[in-house]
Structures are given as C-alpha cells and as structure tokens.
Design a protein around this ligand. Structure first.
Ligand SMILES: [Zn+2]
Ligand SMILES: [Zn+2]
Length: 300
C-alpha cells in the first residue's frame, strides 16, 4: 500500500537541512515497508520553505479576513518559526532518493492562501513534483487547528461551531476550484478540535466537500492522523468516505507523520475502511499524472 503524507519535522522543531538526505529518507521507507507500505510521498509543508514565505508574505495582515491583530501576529510568528528551509535543497534530496531506487514520490503539502494560489502554482510548476496535497489549515488568518495555541482555540467560541464549519467548507471549495493541487489532505480537518455542529450541518458540509472534490478531479486522502487528535476519528469520517465513493472521488492513504514516529500508522485499517465504504482503487501519482490501481493489487 502507500503512505502519501509524511513530514520531516514535528511542528515544534525547526527545519534542519541536515535531515534532507537519502539516509534519512531511507529510514522512512524502511519503517513503511515493515507495515507493508511500498511507496511513500514526501509531503513537507509549503510554509517550511523560504520560497513559500516570499510568495504569501503578509496575507495574514488583511484584517478583513475576520481575525484581529492577535491572530495576525500569531500567523507571522508561525512563519518566523517554520519558514527556514530551502525548497531546492528539499527537492534535490527527494530526487537523490529516487535515483537511489528508494520507493518515494516527491510531494508537498500546500495550504490554501486566498488570492495567492496562482503565484504558488506558478512557483511549484518549476519543480519536478509527483504530487501536491491541498490543505485548509487557515480560515482567513485563523489557525483553527493549532491546538497548542490558547488564542487560536478561543476563536471557536467567538465564531461559533456552525459558522466555523461553513467557513472551512467554503475555503475548501475555493481551494479545489483553483485546481492547484492533486489530493485533498485530511478533507474534514475542521473537526480536529472535537467541535461538531448538529448532524444536519455536518451532512451539508460533507456533501459540499465531496462535490468540490468530484468537480475538481482531485483525490481525497484517507488519514490516520485524526485518531490522535481530540476528534478521535480518522479523516474523512465514515459518512464522507462513503460520499467520496458514491461520487467516484479517488483515494490515497496517509499517516501525516511529523518525523518518523507514525510512518504508515494503521495503514491496514484505513484500507479496510475504504473498502467497506465502497472504494475499489487507490490513486498514485508520477510527475502529477494520476494512476489508479485496484486496492487488492497494491495491498498484496
Ligand atoms: Zn495538514
Ligand atoms: Zn501534513
């Protein structure tokens, strides 16, 4: 099987370019192989790289996005901490791993930045990426999934759960419509902190998320990362996973490990959930071209 979502560094750790080498990547592929996972996608965050920051610098200053100065300052500090690595060096290390015949594809996790996606896509088109994940980590300039920040978590009460889910869904629809990325990462991440609106709102948001994925041609990832968060559920929920199957949205499988601790975590359970929901194939990518294989063929 595949793990199409791995990171080099935990969020608390600064990016270290000494980690960007073939030996370190081999540690991931060896751990994956022990779980029966034969291909991984390196998908470091776009915001880890100085080239990324240069393109999106200052989007957090727009207070019309709904956040006040405190949220603006949080995002700026977040970028100060995270955006220190060199994208060229990252891609070179991934290419070297491919040349050493390690079973890796070269990817990136790209966030949705309103109004900046054309520039982001133009930058990324100059690199030999195999796959780009698209994520919504910010609603405006609110980092709704930064569980460690009291300022960010207080926004849930201020905005309301129903409004937050709806705003997340709108951002995801906008991201999908840009067609800048190949796979929707953790499609219902809005549940991460454990706040859920009434079931009718959840269903309506899930229907919109599935429709946005289908209209864009993107795949959706099935991720074990939600189970270790307050929501205590994989992404997507069982009902959204079924909705993806009904609309023929292809799937990938993901751990979203930050560091090697969770490589390929519970991969077999994710595959079983996808099969139970009606999915029969898994999508892989080479140089942004999709290839679908029967799940059974890849899992054996
Ligand atoms: Zn993410
Ligand atoms: Zn991630």
């Amino acid at each position: 099987m595949i793990d199409y979502h791995v990171h080099f560094w935990p969020h608390a750790q600064r990016a270290s370019e000494t980690d960007l080498d073939v030996e370190r990547i081999a540690a991931y592929t060896e751990l994956a192989a022990r779980q029966g996972v034969r291909e991984i996608a390196l998908t470091e965050h776009f915001f880890r790289f100085t080239q990324g920051r240069a393109l999106v610098e200052g989007w957090w200053d727009d207070l019309s996005l709904g956040g006040g100065p405190a949220l603006r300052d949080e995002v700026r500090a977040y970028f100060d901490h995270h955006a220190t690595a060199d994208l060229d060096r990252y891609v070179e290390a991934a290419l070297a791993a491919q040349q050493a015949d390690l079973p890796v594809v070269i990817g990136l996790e790209v966030d949705y930045y309103p109004g900046r996606m054309e520039a982001v896509a133009a930058l990324l088109s100059g690199y030999p990426f195999d796959v780009l994940l698209g994520s919504v980590h910010w609603i405006g300039n609110w980092m709704f999934d930064d569980l460690a920040s009291a300022i960010e978590m207080a926004e849930w009460d201020r905005r309301g759960v129903r409004e937050s889910w709806t705003a997340y869904t709108e951002a995801l629809e906008e991201l999908a419509a840009t067609r800048a990325c190949d796979v929707l990462a953790h499609p219902d991440l809005v549940k991460v902190a454990g706040h859920r609106p009434d079931p009718g709102v959840v269903t309506s948001c899930e229907d919109r998320i599935a429709a946005a994925a289908a209209a864009s041609g993107m795949a959706a990832e099935v991720s074990s990362a939600g189970m270790v968060k307050p929501c205590r559920e994989d992404y997507p929920s069982p009902s959204l996973l079924r909705r993806f199957a009904e609309l023929k949205v292809p799937v990938t499988f993901a751990s979203d490990t930050h560091g090697t601790a969770r490589v390929a975590e519970r991969n077999h359970e994710l595959v079983a959930a996808a099969l139970a929901a009606g999915h029969r194939s898994v999508r892989r990518f080479r140089r942004r071209q999709p290839h679908d294989d029967a799940i059974e063929a890849v899992a054996s």
